[in-house]
Design a protein around this ligand. Structure first.
Ligand code: ADP
Ligand code: MG
Length: 240
């Protein structure tokens, strides 16, 4: 479904991704871990071309996005993205946040967007907050709204970039629980996170990145019990 080949990304002189290859199959859950600055965010942002690699190819559903710019907008709509910062529109209610993109970008009717929006709010346990404003919600609730907002675009792929890193500890699990439930429904997921419990539970494959390269990848069982590379072992021993 997603195939990134030989991705090189530079920010000016800084060579951030050094020929990364990443394939994600339909329905697969991939968790990316690694030290800060290793290029995890940049890599995940290359999947929907929020960052444009200087070299390599990004193929989604058989379409090469770098050589087919006309396809990018459509592909982006098929990918929901959730960031560390929730990025909700502060002047809009929760429900208004949820219906904006489906109406504007997909031409869904307002009634339909509201109906599905309320369903997704229910799924993240927040239907009673439909008319609240983001500032009236806790961080964990705001992040759950951000997930519901992404889902209301009916994406085929969900990309998460450290969705719990900005949260107070007591709010992390409520967001992870929503993601765990989502994973159980068969959607394709790529998740950058430091939550190793989540990785163990949900990932089909764990990828360890360092210095702009994929150092090691494996099933969570193998990865956590039998890491092959020194750098992986060092990283795991530090966060354990
Ligand atoms: P990670 O998500 O693993 O912490 P990032 O992908 O955010 O790593 O960053 C990788 C490297 O690229 C870091 O050195 C970071 O400072 C740099 N970087 C990321 N985004 C930009 C940008 N927009 N402009 C310049 N440098 C950037
Ligand atoms: Mg990052």
């Amino acid at each position: 479904m997603i195939k990134l080949e030989n991705i090189h990304k530079y920010f000016g002189e800084l060579h951030v991704l050094h020929g990364v290859n990443l394939e994600v199959a339909e329905g697969e859950k991939v968790v990316i871990i690694g030290p800060s600055g290793s290029g995890k965010s940049t890599l995940i942002r290359c999947i929907n071309l929020l960052e444009k690699p200087e070299e390599g190819s990004v193929v989604v559903d058989e379409v090469n996005l770098l050589t087919t710019p006309a396809a990018v907008a459509k592909v982006r709509q098929s990918m929901g993205m959730v960031f560390q910062q929730f990025n909700l529109y502060p002047h809009m209610t929760v429900l208004e946040n949820l219906i904006l993109a489906p109406i504007k970008l997909k031409g869904i009717s307002k009634d339909e967007a509201i109906a599905s929006g309320l369903l997704y709010l229910d799924r993240v346990g927040l239907q009673d907050k439909a008319n609240a404003y983001p500032a009236q919600l806790s961080g964990g609730q705001q992040q759950r709204v951000a997930i519901a907002r992404a889902l209301n675009m009916k994406p085929k792929i969900m990309l998460f970039d450290e969705p719990t890193s900005a949260l107070d500890p007591e709010m992390i699990q409520e967001v992870l629980d929503v993601m765990i439930a989502l994973a159980g429904e068969g959607i394709t997921m790529v998740v950058v996170t430091h939550e190793m419990g989540f990785a163990r539970k949900v990932a089909d494959r764990v990828i360890f990145m360092a210095d702009g390269e994929i150092i090691e990848q494996n099933t969570p069982e193998e990865f956590f019990t039998n890491p092959k590379h020194n750098r992986t072992r060092q990283f795991l021993s530090r966060i354990a």
